[in-house]
Design a protein around this ligand. Structure first.
Ligand code: ZN
Ligand code: ZN
Length: 219
């Protein structure tokens, strides 16, 4: 079915976005920190990751969390625009090409949030990535057991405290390289807490792959 482009309403064939709007989406900088995917001259490890090394090993992001990617993410999550989700999943599959990992894990959603939203946006993104890489999609391997107060406006330390103990790992990950899929990475504290829990369960390496990365958050 022919669609109108989500951004400019021009004919977009069977796509969510027309070709011009797809080409104009805000990509992440070509030089970014290998740990946290923030802009970093020459692709060096950034100052924050040097002074407070995160427990995850690497992050890849496809887009910057800026207009219209921010609107697309909101439409996918809060209006269940699954065509947008499929477009994002295609981008993640391309970005995951060549990664050496053993399993894909969607960022867990608290059961209450899941009940309200009706779906976990990360599960739908993770499924095609796992299939493309030929590895298991461990969608129930980690549970979010504690609801977390909104993170906006908190310092990095407060975010870390806020998330402590939020995840319960349901199995061993001995020696495994795990790729965590999420829609947006903001401060990185969610991935950090998840990586800590996975490594306690034996994981050798934890990488993040996200649709969109916000610019540097609170220090
Ligand atoms: Zn357009
Ligand atoms: Zn960094």
């Amino acid at each position: 079915m022919p669609q109108a482009c989500f951004v400019c309403a021009a004919p977009a064939a069977d796509q969510v976005l027309c070709e011009a709007c797809r080409a104009a989406l805000p990509a992440v900088a070509s030089a970014c920190c290998p740990h946290c995917a923030l802009d970093s001259p020459g692709g060096a490890v950034c100052g924050r990751c040097l002074s407070q090394p995160p427990r995850f090993d690497a992050t890849r992001a496809v887009f910057r969390y800026a207009f219209p990617v921010s609107e697309l993410v909101q439409a996918y999550k809060f209006q269940a625009r699954f065509g947008v989700g499929r477009y994002f999943a295609e981008q993640l599959v391309a970005a995951a090409h060549g990664l050496q990992i053993d399993a894909v894990l969607p960022a867990p959603l608290h059961p209450h949030r899941l009940a309200t939203r009706g779906f976990n946006q990360s599960v739908l993104l993770a499924e095609p990535v796992a299939k493309a890489l030929g590895v298991p999609h461990l969608r129930d391997a980690v549970r979010k057991v504690r609801r977390v107060a909104p993170q906006a406006g908190l310092t990095l330390d407060e975010r870390r405290r806020n998330l402590r103990g939020a995840f319960a790992v349901q199995r061993r990950f001995d020696g495994m390289r795990v790729l965590v899929i999420d829609d947006v990475m903001t401060s990185g504290t969610t991935l950090d807490e998840l990586a800590g829990a996975l490594k306690e369960a034996g994981a050798a390496r934890v990488e993040g792959l996200v649709v969109a990365r916000t610019p540097a958050g609170p220090a």
